[in-house]
Write a protein that binds this ligand. Structure first.
Ligand code: NAD
Ligand code: ZN
Length: 360
């Protein structure tokens, strides 16, 4: 399957299928990369032992000079220290203006390698090879960043990849919890733009959880399709792109309050999307919006309520801290129907507080 992010001269293909890493060299040549300039593949130390060597060999057999840089798995690698390490590797390997940095991994590797590509020599080409379900979201759209100890994703850029190469075979080694967490963003893309796809997700949840390649290929295609359409219409988040934040206002606050590792990003936004659905119903959407949201997320193996021990005051504080609050009102993405959302800037702090309580 293939689709495109449509951004004029910077348009790029998203290719989804089995066995794609086995033809990566050819794919890079077709994307316009030259074997004359070296490549740097960035990965993490969970993904690299599984997929890095075969990829490097494949690229070399297609005539590329390819080196690698492996960082520790986990969010803490989205740091300026790792960024500098990649710069050093890029210089050592002689990457030039026509080189590319390849991200082989999940969203962490994609964001880090992408930011490195955006900065090295003021920007060189960049290829995403996502290996998590969540990364269907992070690999499309060109938002790249590292974290500062005081704030997530605060040092970053918009830098679109030249190609997204999504090999479904790599997903077979994903831990079960990561599978569900990734499906949260898949369901999110349905909830904001595509009611029929939400129905499909409910009906085929079991196949998705068992990593049936055909079902997974379709789901990732549909998820990427929504993301690509939104990004094509509003690359730098002037307005429309904000709808992609459904469930994230509450979700980010939950992540901030949860102890390390207690909630994965997808799990936090699952609970956040239930909260947004409750808010939507309160503002006049049919009850079905809440019921269907809950069903779709529950079937994907995601949490749909908030563990009791989460403190409402701390969650509210984290939300205030996460900007977007002013004068007791906040900006919120709220569903009006399944497959439709609106951005409301009149959401009262007290309503949100009540909803956080109801989530428990
Ligand atoms: P991740 O990259 O940390 O991957 C999750 C875990 O799975 C890691 O431990 C990783 O080593 C492991 N893993 C990855 N692929 C594997 C495979 N095929 N087999 C076995 N293990 C594998 O996390 P993620 O959930 O993919 O991404 C989260 C990151 O994405 C966050 O930093 C978030 O900020 C970012 N993100 C960015 C955007 C964007 O638009 N740029 C959007 C959403 C999320
Ligand atoms: Zn997200």
């Amino acid at each position: 399957r293939e689709l495109r992010v449509d951004l004029g001269e910077r348009s790029y293909p998203i290719r989804i299928g089995e066995g794609l890493l086995g033809q990566a060299g050819q794919e890079l040549l077709e994307a316009g990369l030259s074997v004359k300039s070296p490549l740097l593949v960035v990965s993490d130390d969970s993904v690299a032992p599984l997929y890095l060597e075969p990829l490097l060999e494949q690229l070399r057999s297609a005539g590329f000079r390819a080196a690698s840089c492996v960082v520790p798995a986990g969010e803490s690698s989205k740091s300026l220290a790792r960024f500098e390490e990649i710069m050093t590797r890029a210089l050592e390997e002689g990457l030039d203006r026509k080189s590319a940095i390849v991200a082989l991994g999940g969203g962490v590797v994609g964001d880090l390698a992408g930011y490195a590509a955006a900065s090295y020599m003021r920007g060189i080409r960049f290829v995403q090879m996502p290996t998590t379900i969540l990364a269907h979201d992070s690999s499309v759209g060109g938002k790249v960043a590292v974290n500062h100890p005081m704030a997530k994703n605060i040092i970053g850029a918009f830098h679109q990849p030249a190609l997204v190469l999504y090999d479904l075979d790599t997903l077979k080694t994903l831990p079960r919890r990561e599978v569900s967490a990734g499906l949260a963003e898949v369901v999110k893309h349905g909830l904001i733009r595509d009611a029929a796809f939400v129905d499909w997700c409910v009906r085929h949840a079991d196949r998705l959880l068992s990593l049936d390649p055909e079902a997974l290929g379709y789901a990732l295609f549909k998820g990427c399709e929504v993301k690509a359409a939104v990004v094509s219409a509003d690359e730098t988040e002037q307005d429309l792109r904000a709808i992609l934040n459904l469930g994230h206002t509450i979700g980010h606050a939950l992540e901030a309050v949860a102890g390390y590792g207690e909630l994965l990003h997808g799990e936090a936004i699952s609970i956040g999307m239930i909260g947004s659905a409750l808010l939507g119903v309160q503002l006049g959407a049919p009850q079905e919006v809440y019921l269907r949201t809950r069903e779709a997320l529950g079937k994907a193996g995601l949490p749909v309520s908030l563990p009791e021990h989460f403190d409402t005051d701390r969650i509210m504080e984290a939300m205030m801290h996460d900007k977007k609050f002013g004068e007791g009102k906040m900006v919120f993405v709220v569903p009006t129907a399944i497959g439709e959302v609106e951005i409301r800037s009149d959401i009262r702090e007290q309503w949100v507080r009540d909803i956080v309580e109801r989530l428990k």
